[in-house]
Design a binder for this molecule. Structure first.
Ligand SMILES: NC(=O)C1=CN([C@@H]2O[C@H](COP(=O)(O)OP(=O)(O)OC[C@H]3O[C@@H](n4cnc5c(N)ncnc54)[C@H](OP(=O)(O)O)[C@@H]3O)[C@@H](O)[C@H]2O)C=CC1
Ligand SMILES: Nc1nc(=O)c2c([nH]1)NC[C@@H]1CN(c3ccc(C(=O)N[C@@H](CCC(=O)O)C(=O)O)cc3)C=[N+]21
Length: 281
């Protein structure tokens, strides 16, 4: 038996197409494009690549994008001040602050200086609370993208045992909360978890969100289960040992072409939604 491959590229393309149409309608109605501001602190090459990818995709869809770069030795206050000025700027609809930031920057304080109305990356405490309570607000992009993938393959988490490996504030923790709001029974695993393999063996849905190549081994995968690999490591390897996992799973996301493309699609979709809401629509 071999798994159905979840085609994130295709699901993302559908969402991007809809987003492009909404962006064009917005521009016709209001005389300017929906606009995304990106903030990058420091000179990590991978972060520069991601931010460039996001800005290019925004422009190709008919959104405006402005990129802000701050030096690696910036303070929490320097970054927060820029974010507050973007929050107050009527020409900006959405704000993305790229993670990780240099160690002297208090990431939580910076994220929480984003106005929740412009938090299209879903990283503020307010957005997390709204998401966890099932209220309206912007979801963290990768978790939101993962739920869209499950929906588009008609995989209903209700009653299933979902095991999330990783508990970071923008990925593991929110994806677990979203699965809980979808009625899964959720287990969070992290660096202190004992007998990780035994827990993963019980999973009907496993989400790998760690950042360690092939940490989740193929023979841990319960036959017929759903495997979501959010890991994105150097050399285009995920956090799941794909070849063997794909022999056992019912559904599996590849890397690349699975979760990654959804992250950007959700970000841009939420940017257009923010622009519309800021106009009272
Ligand atoms: N495709 C996409 O769009 C995105 C992909 N990613 C990718 O997802 C991965 C995770 O990213 P992110 O959440 O930001 O990473 P973080 O480094 O912030 O978090 C990693 C998590 O994994 C846990 N962990 C570390 N080692 C182990 C272990 N041996 N066993 C179990 N758990 C462990 C940590 O536990 P503890 O809390 O105890 O330290 C932590 O909760 C990365 O590969 C990243 O590139 C991230 C964002 C978007
Ligand atoms: N505040 C914040 N929000 C983020 O969403 C965020 C972040 N910080 N920091 C870094 C991670 C990483 N990330 C990716 C986005 C898209 C792909 C992606 O599109 N990957 C393609 C391949 C792209 C390529 O390599 O050409 C794929 O998997 O198919 C990957 C990784 C978002 N992140």
């Amino acid at each position: 038996m071999s798994a159905t491959i979840i085609d994130g590229q295709r699901v993302a393309a559908d969402l991007l197409r809809k987003t492009g149409t909404l962006a064009a309608d917005y521009e016709r109605a209001y005389g300017r494009k929906p606009s995304l501001a990106t903030v990058l602190v420091g000179d990590d090459p991978a972060s520069h690549t991601y931010v460039r990818m996001k800005a290019n995709r925004a422009r190709s869809l008919g959104l405006a994008s402005q990129a802000h770069y701050l030096r690696a030795d910036s303070s929490t206050e320097d970054v927060s001040e820029l974010v507050r000025s973007l929050s107050d700027d009527d020409a900006v609809d959405g704000i993305l602050v790229q993670h990780p930031m240099p160690p002297q920057v208090d990431e939580r304080r910076v994220f929480d200086s984003i106005s929740p109305a412009k938090d299209v990356d879903g990283v503020t405490s307010a957005s997390f609370a709204a998401m966890a309570l099932g209220e309206s607000g912007f979801s963290s992009c990768t978790p939101g993208g993962i739920i869209r993938l499950l929906d588009s393959y008609k995989i209903d988490p209700t009653g299933k045992h979902a095991v999330v490996v990783g508990r970071s504030p923008i990925l593991g923790k929110p994806v677990g909360m979203l699965l809980l709001t979808r009625n899964a029974t959720v287990t969070f695993c992290h660096s202190k978890t004992r007998d990780l393999d035994q827990i993963v063996r019980e999973a009907d849905i496993v989400v790998a969100a760690v950042g360690r190549p092939e940490l989740v081994q193929g023979d841990w995968i319960k036959p017929g289960s759903t495997v979501i690999d959010a890991g994105y490591n150097a050399g285009n390897v995920g956090d799941v040992e794909y070849p063997t996992a794909a022999q056992r799973a019912g559904f599996i996301t590849p890397v690349p072409g699975g979760v990654g493309p959804m992250t950007i699609a959700v970000l841009l979709s939420q940017t257009v939604e923010a622009a519309l809401r800021l106009r009272g629509e």
